[in-house]
Design a protein around this ligand. Structure first.
Ligand code: TRP
Length: 338
């Protein structure tokens, strides 16, 4: 069989538009996604419905949802090769989400560490959506019969639950859903916070977080202030155990320049952190400059973005509709005659 006729495996992931994309999202995820469409049929969406589990400012949510799409494209996700869309534009997500709620156990949802963390952090708003969020995430994935779901460590538990839900449903009604697997890329850096290298870079810690849309001066400032280590040696050496701050900067420098850790150690041999930190900042500035500029250009071109997310939602709906119809039929809902 020639390649044209082999159905590609499906890859799907979502990011919540609850903040702008940061260097960790880029180097650890989106940059690698850009390489995938040769091999896979890729769907990426803005998980706008998921953000509602935490109170959002409506204007900001609307702005960020399309700005994030622009950032995806600027990072190399070609809309001609990937299906890019907003979750809320494909109503099948909410519909299958409801159904899967009825196949997800209270006990399972209670064990989700993200629920436990988030409900501890937002004690004034522990809403039902926060609790049942994994059922919607399962719907996101299962609608597209995804084979692989590229996610970070923090979403692995939700992916496991998605598998359990799919298997449970298939056992009750016969083969309906593809049972997906988490996709942990071979390459892909784990980028830590610049201000606290013990925790992952995150938009909830803005000081240690490098946003793709940060201006060069802002980036230079953040790197100059990056926490290094209090050891006496003060040399640039990759030792994540004892020098996590420096190791993180080496990792970042390596990811943006393509140089190996050995080459980097040699390059800064005998030079102190005062030389190293601005050099990393400069390399990041040059990497992000074209991405930011292209994203800004697209953000100003609303008609273009609208065309992309319209095409994306149409392509996504076509696939999602088929799965949802199959589900409705299997569970005994009367077929809609119109
Ligand atoms: N829950 C994910 C997060 O917070 C976002 C997400 C929603 C997602 N639906 C998804 C990721 C489906 C992968 C697949 O990061």
């Amino acid at each position: 069989m020639d390649n044209e006729n082999v159905k590609k495996k499906v890859m799907l992931s979502g990011i919540q538009p609850s903040g702008d994309l940061h260097l960790g999202n880029y180097l650890g995820a989106v940059k690698n996604w850009a390489e995938l469409p040769e091999q896979f049929d890729c769907f990426y969406f803005m998980a706008d419905l998921h953000t509602l589990t935490v109170r959002q400012d409506p204007k900001e949510l609307r702005r960020r949802s399309t700005a994030q799409l622009a950032q995806y494209i600027a990072c190399g996700l070609d809309p001609e090769k990937n299906t890019l869309f907003l979750q809320s534009h494909v109503h099948e997500h909410a519909e299958l989400g409801w159904i899967l709620n009825c196949y997800t156990m209270f006990g399972e949802l209670s064990r989700m560490t993200q629920f436990k963390d988030k409900s501890a952090r937002h004690t004034d708003n522990i809403n039902g959506g926060l609790f049942t969020y994994p059922a919607l995430m399962a719907a996101d994935i299962l609608l597209y019969q995804a084979d692989f779901v590229p996610v970070g460590e923090d979403q692995k538990q939700h992916c496991e639950l998605t598998r359990d839900i799919a298997i449970r449903f298939n056992n009750l009604y016969g083969e309906t859903f593809k049972v997906p697997e988490p996709y942990i890329p071979k390459v892909g850096a784990r980028i830590m916070s610049l201000s606290n290298p013990a925790s992952k870079m995150s938009k909830s810690d803005p000081l240690g977080c490098v946003f793709l849309m940060d201006k060069p001066e802002e980036l230079a400032r953040k790197f100059k202030r990056a926490v290094t280590d209090s050891d006496t040696e003060r040399c640039v050496r990759f030792d994540p155990e004892n020098k996590p701050g420096v190791a993180n900067l080496i990792q970042i420098y390596s990811s943006v320049t393509g140089r190996s850790f050995d080459e980097i150690e040699a390059e800064f041999d005998g030079k102190g952190y005062g030389v190293f930190k601005p050099a990393v900042g400069e390399a990041v500035i040059e990497t992000l400059r074209p991405i930011r500029e292209e994203a800004e250009r697209m953000i100003a071109d609303k008609a273009y973005l609208q065309q992309v997310y319209t095409d994306g939602a149409q392509k996504a709906s076509f696939v999602a509709r088929k799965t949802l119809r199959k589900v409705y039929k299997k569970i005994g809902l009367v077929e809609k005659p119109f």
